[in-house]
Design a protein around this ligand. Sequence first.
Ligand SMILES: [Zn+2]
Length: 81
Amino acid sequence: MRFDCDKCKNGKITRYMHIDNGFCYKCNGTGKLSYDPTPKGAVIREEWSDRERMEIKEEQEMIEKAERENWMFANNIEEYY
Ligand SMILES: [Zn+2]
């Protein structure tokens, strides 16, 4: 079974397009995974309270920062200032 990668579209991570053209290392740029990346029983909620929205936003920002750091680590890229 092949599953669509949850990190990218066709092997490209849109928000990382400025880094190595957004190459996705999760699926090696193929856009496909050999396992289902979706947590079982995950339900997409349509309505969020403002508080939940804020928490999600903060969490996503933290995740994005961590992902970028992971990406750099995976590619041996140092941050230059
Ligand atoms: Zn991917």
